[in-house]
Design a protein around this ligand. Structure first.
Ligand code: AHR
Length: 861
């Protein structure tokens, strides 16, 4: 019997020597054949395919693309979103809840289930985030937030300070802003400072400076003597840096006496295209370099709001930045909206992209908290006004506002999406109503219907009606292995009157590693070759400040001074730069094939529990002929090892199993739960504490049992793992058993099957072909998951004139799980190689783990 006082995931492993990892024993070098038929054109590739999606998440704008250097510049961070109130949590903390429920929604419907409860956490400490006060040389200062004497209607709070003078000449009250995890100060660069003071009773000197961690002054500006007064005064200055420090801070130094108020402190470095209220140049450049055909904005969950009162309203953003109230966003921080609707449209124009605006649909992130459909007209009007702002004549109300914001010409708004990821079928009715109103006024506008995280929302589609939908936004956060076994996903898609926009896609693996990047290349191939259906696609999320990661896998990451793009970025760039006009018929093959007899399941067996105390006894292992090959009554634990955490006291031991590894092995065991919140874990195919398959009895808070996957062997996919609902009870002995075959496993509880799973080989090679008419070039895209170089044999059937040489653009990495990082930003980037001696039949070597574009100048016969 093993007693497991579990408080975390415990893993004990029995070494089963006969189980081996699956191999792709390739003695001969792999060879891929790629046969392109230049006479057979397939679907056109959508010219608008490659775009961008941007949302305020992980400090994508504030502390990211938007170049503002002061965090919490208007002291509004602690302002509750409209429609919300704070309530006490049992742990003493506070959380937000709706002030009141919409009419007709019973209180018990408002239990804030996941994911909404996660986003209703409230951190009172954030109110002054970014700011601190330091008293030096005997000076005495205090600060607190105040709602008295607001600076303007948008500013509900400011900072009230009391100052007593220093007794040493070098003394001061230093009001410090840390920026967004440091301010990047570069020698020779000028920074534009703007802030507002209500001097109150204060008399004394004021200085602004940028200072390093050790107190070194990098830039300073004397703002002179401040005299008492009761009106808000604007101060501007330039701070020219004499030194460099990537994580400096900003300081307002007070040497005087009295009580005053400070608000709206803003500091800008030089910006993209030197625009006022502009963008961080190198982050904007990443986007410009992608040459996206469109940009989707502003969300994402961000558009939904926690309550319908707290959904972002673009109308509050088309004014000077000081007059924008900002909004507490879904990702648990407040947005300044400095990068607002106007700036978004301006950026689209700047980089030649069409604008895709996502409007609030009147449905929030909580399915019950919706604007009633029969009262939705004001929300529809808000959307119509957004279109008018972007495209209307200057004689129109909102066109005039656009002109007042400095842009008389219309902006290139081509698409409007109604809301984001609303699962109820009822959403179909909302879409229909919005679309009818938009089409009545703007018949050429493409009105996009949003789906959920992945796949379609058939209920909503049915309610809206196929014929009154322009385009559907199907999100696709997919496991990178899913893509390898679903390469024909769009090929099989039933064509309807509407088209597809994949508004958010990402192949998830690691922290955004090369395996994920290769998955994205497949996803884009799938989209390109179904250009009759898939018109647009954008990766998500786009940006992440590494100091506040709201989402695991992102495209571009940065801190205050450094940035890098994940390999997926380069995949998109290379695909966009090499987008053919039309697909060509292609046939591919890879030799040698994997040995069909080789076992795919192997590795080690283990026992464990998650937050649960369990006992195990009577372990029995049988071979396929029902011969008992191992038994353990746990008198000693010498055959076990404990690679994970826990209190297992097990010596290293090895069972020399005589089975050849192809046969099924059955494990039988008695187990009982003594206490805790879940049931038993039985691991198999384990190669370590991070990589295993497992029978999870009483998973997810003791609600179901299933075989689950934490890492199949390299090159394999996990299939199945169906679950059976039910609980594991305390103090009851269960028979738990597992049958493992060459490529399949069965999980049993008291003799009954609760879950089956299979593991199968994934294809290692994928390719598409197309034709670039302008450049008279065949474009072959090929992704190889082989760990060895692949010799690709290219055959161009039906080719007429073929140029002598082409181009080979390749992105590869020696390890499939390699990643770019802040410290190693260019580890995985595209390289351009010559492609000499091309002909009707030629060969080229594709590196291990590579995404390749072959450009072959050729015309059809
Ligand atoms: O991209 C991150 C989030 O994922 C988006 O806000 C949402 O639309 C999706 O669920």
């Amino acid at each position: 019997m093993v007693v497991v006082p579990g408080y975390t995931l415990l893993l004990a492993c029995l070494l089963l020597a006969g189980f081996t990892s699956p191999g792709f024993a390739q003695q001969t070098a792999p060879t891929a054949s790629i046969r392109v038929n230049m006479q057979e054109e397939k679907a056109p590739v959508s010219p608008t395919l490659h775009g961008i999606f941007m949302e305020e998440i992980s400090h994508a704008f504030d502390g990211g693309l938007y170049a503002e250097l002061i965090q919490n510049r208007s002291f509004e961070e602690g302002v509750l979103p409209p429609g919300m109130k704070l309530v006490a949590k049992p742990d003493g903390g506070l959380k937000m809840e709706l002030e009141s429920l919409p009419a007709g929604v019973p209180t018990n419907k408002w239990d804030m289930p996941w994911p909404w409860n996660g986003n209703c956490g409230w951190d009172t400490n954030r109110a002054l985030i970014g700011w601190s006060l330091q008293n030096e040389g005997g000076a005495k200062g205090e600060m607190q937030l105040t709602e008295a004497n607001p600076m303007n209607a948008a500013s509900s709070r400011s900072l009230a300070m009391t100052i007593a003078p220093p007794d040493k000449p070098e003394g001061r009250v230093a009001l410090i802003n840390s920026g967004y995890w440091g301010i990047n100060v570069q020698a020779g660069v000028s920074y534009d400072l703007k802030f507002y003071l209500r001097p109150g009773t204060y008399t004394g000197q004021l200085t602004a400076s940028l200072e390093g961690k050790d107190g070194k002054v990098l830039a300073t500006c004397d703002l002179g003597r401040i005299a008492p007064g009761t009106s808000w005064q604007k101060h501007t200055a330039k701070l020219k840096a004499a030194g460099t420090e990537p994580e400096a801070h900003f300081v307002l130094s007070f040497r005087g006496q009295g009580a005053l108020q400070v608000d709206w402190v803003s500091l800008f470095p030089p910006t993209y295209k030197n625009q006022p209220n502009g963008l961080r140049p190198e982050l904007a450049k990443y986007l410009q370099d992608l040459k996206p055909s469109f940009i989707r904005y502003p969300g994402g969950c961000y558009v939904e709001g926690l309550s319908w009162k707290s959904a972002p309203d673009w109308r509050e953003m088309v004014c000077p930045p000081e007059e924008r109230p900002g909004m507490w966003g879904y990702w648990q921080y407040r947005s300044t909206d400095g990068f607002g609707y106007h700036e978004f449209l301006q950026f689209c124009e700047d980089i030649g992209a069409e604008a895709l605006y996502v409007s609030f649909a009147g449905m929030t992130v909580h399915p019950e908290n919706n604007w009633p459909l029969d009262q939705i007209d004001p929300v529809i009007q808000q959307t119509l006004d957004a279109i008018e702002y972007a495209t209307g004549p200057v004689s129109s109300k909102w066109g005039a506002r656009r002109a007042a914001m400095g842009h008389s010409k219309p902006f290139p708004l081509k698409y409007v999406e109604i809301g984001n990821e609303h699962p109820p079928a009822l959403y179909g009715d909302y879409y229909k109503k919005f679309r009818a109103a938009i089409k009545a006024n703007y018949p050429d506008m493409t009105v996009i219907m949003s789906m959920y995280w992945s796949g379609l929302n058939p209920g909503a589609i049915a309610r809206a009606g196929d014929d009154t939908i322009d385009m559907i936004d199907e999100h696709a956060y997919r496991d990178a292995a899913w893509i390898r076994s679903n390469f024909d996903y769009f090929d099989k898609y039933r064509r309807k009157p509407w088209k597809i926009y994949v508004g958010e896609y990402a192949s998830h693996h690691g922290g955004g590693d090369w395996y994920g990047g290769m998955g994205d290349s497949l996803y884009l191939m799938m989209a390109e070759r179904n250009g009759d259906l898939v018109k647009m696609a954008s990766y998500a999320p786009l940006f992440c400040n590494v100091n506040k990661r709201d989402w695991g896998i992102n495209l571009i990451e940065y801190d205050s001074s450094r940035s890098y793009a994940h390999a997926s970025y380069y995949v998109q760039k290379v695909f966009a730069e090499n987008r053919p006009d039309v697909n060509l018929a292609i046939a591919t093959d890879l030799e040698p094939k994997p040995d069909p007899n080789q076992p795919l399941l192997g590795g080690k067996f283990g026992l464990g529990a998650w937050n649960t105390q369990t006992e195990f006894k009577e372990l029995r292992i049988y071979d396929e002929k029902d011969n008992l090959v191992y038994s353990d009554d746990f008198k000693t634990l010498e055959n076990w090892e404990t690679p994970g955490t826990g209190v297992w006291r097990i010596e290293n031991g090895v069972l020399q199993q005589t089975d050849d590894g192809k046969s099924p092995a059955m494990l039988l065991l008695k187990a009982r739960r003594v206490g805790g919140s879940e049931g038993f874990l039985m691991f198999f195919n384990a190669s370590g504490p991070d990589r295993f398959l497992f029978c999870n009895y009483g998973a997810a808070g003791n609600t179901f049992s299933a075989i689950q996957d934490r890492g199949v062997p390299d090159g394999c996919a996990f299939k199945g793992g169906r679950s059976r609902p039910g609980k594991i009870e305390n103090e009851r002995w269960y028979d738990i058993s597992l049958v493992v075959k060459r490529d399949a496993a069965q999980m049993l509880l008291d003799g009954e099957v609760v879950s089956n799973a299979r593991v199968e080989h994934l294809s290692q090679f994928f390719a598409t072909a197309g034709y670039d008419r302008n450049n008279k070039t065949v474009v072959v895209k090929a992704t190889s998951y082989s760990s060895k170089p692949v010799r690709a044999e290219i055959q161009l059937d039906g080719a007429g004139n073929i140029g002598r040489s082409g181009k080979h653009i390749v992105i590869s990495s020696p390890g499939q799980y390699d990643e770019n990082s802040l410290d190693d930003p260019h580890r995985i980037v595209p390289r351009e190689l010559p492609l000499p001696r091309v002909s009707e039949h030629f060969s080229v070597e594709l590196p291990p783990y590579s995404v390749n574009v072959l450009r072959i100048p050729a015309t059809a016969k």
